[in-house]
Design a protein around this ligand. Structure first.
Ligand code: MG
Length: 385
C-alpha cells in the first residue's frame, strides 16, 4: 500500500508525463503541411483474415478474424490503418463501417492537428475502440509520411531495443500437438506464451518443457478462480522457468489480484482489466504492469499516453495485439522498443497478410525504416466509401 505522500508524488509525476508535449519539433517539421491544400479523404475495405491454425482460448474456437482496413489520403500521400474484430469484443465490420461513415475528416484542414482530430473522433461514440484505432493508425501513418519519419524515431526510441516477441502456443488436449507446435517455434522465437487458467495447466507446461527450456509467459485470461490456487500455480510456474503472468483472475476480483501480486514471485500484468488511459491509475498496486493493445485503447495516441502514465506510476508495460495484418502490428511495433514484453505475433498467425512492413528478426518484431508506421499494401486492396 502506498501512503498519501507517495500517492501525491506518483500522481504529480503521472500528470507531468501526460502534460509533456509529445513531439517538441513537431510544429516546425510539419510547417510544410500547413501550406498544403486539399482535404483528407477516408475510405475503407472489409477483409477476412484466415488463421493458420484454429484458435482456441478457454472453450472458444475460430478459423477467421474479420478486420476493416482504412486509408486516409491527403495531398498525394496515403496513410493506412486497421480495426481487428475478434467476435468476443463486440465490434463487427458493419459497426466499424457505420462508425467510419459518421466521421467528417474534410472538416479539418491539417492532418498535423492530430490531438484535435482524434479527440473529435473519440467523441462521436462511447465505445467503438477498434474503429477509432483504425482512424488513429491511418492518421499516424499519414502524418509520419508528411513529416518523413517513422514514429519510433519521433518517440525517441531505438527500434533494435524492442523486446523479444512472444509466440503463442494455443490450448490443445493432445500433448503431441503441443510438442509439434513448440518445435515449429524453435529457432524463430526466444520466448513462448502459453494460455493457462484451466484444469490442464501443468500438463501443457510439462509438454512444452519436454521440448524446450525457452522462457515462457503465461496468460490465464481470468481463468483461475481461487487466489490460493493461483498463488500455488504461480510458485510452481516460477520453478518451471515462467517469467510473467497475464490476467490471473477475473477483472472483477481486483482485491484478490492485489493480494496475489503482493505475494507473487513473478510480475502480474493486467489485460482484461485495462482498456484505456483512465483504467491505469486504479490498477496501481493491484498489478505489476499493464498490457496495452491498440484495438482496446483506440490507437497509438492513447497507447503512448498509457505507456508514459504507467511508467510514471512505476508500473511495467507490455504491448499485445489481436490477430491483425502487418498494418496494425507495424503500428504497435513503433511503440514497442523500451517496453518490458511484446506479444506481437498476430500477423504471423494468418495466411493472407496483405501488408508488408515489420520483420521478425532474431525473435523480435522490428519496425521498418519507412516513414509513418512503415507499411505498404502487398496486394491490391479496393478501398471505398
Ligand atoms: Mg491476454
Amino acid at each position: 500500500m502506498q501512503n498519501r505522500r507517495q500517492f501525491l508524488k506518483s500522481s504529480a509525476a503521472a500528470a507531468a508525463a501526460i502534460a509533456v508535449p509529445t513531439l517538441p519539433s513537431f510544429a516546425q517539421q510539419t510547417k510544410k503541411s500547413t501550406n498544403m491544400s486539399g482535404k483528407m479523404k477516408l475510405t475503407w475495405a472489409a477483409y477476412d483474415l484466415q488463421l493458420n491454425h484454429t484458435f482456441t482460448i478457454s472453450g472458444f474456437s475460430r478459423k477467421t478474424t474479420p478486420v476493416v482496413l482504412t486509408k486516409i489520403e491527403y495531398d498525394g500521400l496515403a496513410g493506412y490503418g486497421e480495426a481487428s474484430l475478434p467476435p468476443y469484443l463486440g465490434e463487427t465490420q458493419a459497426s466499424v463501417i457505420d462508425f467510419l461513415k459518421k466521421i467528417d475528416l474534410p472538416a479539418f484542414s491539417d492532418p498535423a492537428n492530430m490531438e484535435e482530430i482524434l479527440e473529435y473522433v473519440d467523441s462521436i461514440a462511447i465505445n467503438n475502440a477498434a474503429a477509432k484505432a483504425a482512424v488513429d493508425i491511418a492518421l499516424h501513418d499519414l502524418l509520419g509520411k508528411i513529416i518523413g519519419s517513422p514514429w519510433y524515431k519521433m518517440y525517441g526510441l531505438d527500434k533494435h531495443k524492442a523486446p523479444d516477441t512472444t509466440f503463442t502456443i494455443g490450448i490443445d488436449p493432445d500433448d503431441e500437438v503441443i510438442r509439434e507446435k513448440t518445435r515449429e517455434a524453435l529457432g524463430r522465437f526466444n520466448i513462448l506464451k502459453v494460455k493457462v487458467g484451466g484444469p490442464d495447466d501443468k500438463r501443457m507446461i510439462e509438454a512444452i518443457r519436454s521440448v524446450t527450456d525457452l522462457p515462457l509467459a503465461v496468460d490465464a485470461n481470468q481463468g483461475w478462480k481461487d487466489k490460493r490456487h493461483a498463488l500455488d500455480m504461480i510458485f510452481w510456474l516460477k520453478e518451471k522457468g515462467i517469467v510473467m503472468v497475464e490476467q490471473p483472475m477475473s477483472k472483477y476480483a481486483l482485491d484478490d489480484i492485489a493480494w496475489l501480486t503482493e505475494q507473487s514471485p513473478l510480475p502480474i500484468y493486467a489485460d482484461e482489466s485495462v482498456q484505456r488511459l483512465h483504467d491505469v491509475e486504479r490498477l496501481k498496486g493491484a498489478f505489476s504492469g499493464i498490457n496495452i493493445k491498440l484495438m482496446k485503447c483506440t490507437g497509438m495516441r492513447e497507447a503512448w499516453k498509457m505507456r508514459n502514465f504507467a511508467r510514471a506510476l512505476g508500473m511495467d508495460v507490455m504491448i499485445g495485439c489481436m490477430t491483425e495484418t502487418s498494418c496494425a502490428i507495424s503500428a504497435a511495433a513503433q511503440l514497442s522498443p523500451g517496453l518490458d514484453f511484446a506479444d506481437l505475433d498476430g500477423a504471423l498467425l494468418i495466411g493472407n497478410d496483405c501488408f508488408g512492413g515489420v520483420k521478425l528478426e532474431n525473435g523480435k518484431i522490428i519496425a521498418s525504416d519507412r516513414p509513418g508506421i512503415g507499411v505498404e499494401p502487398t496486394q491490391k486492396i479496393i478501398f471505398s466509401r
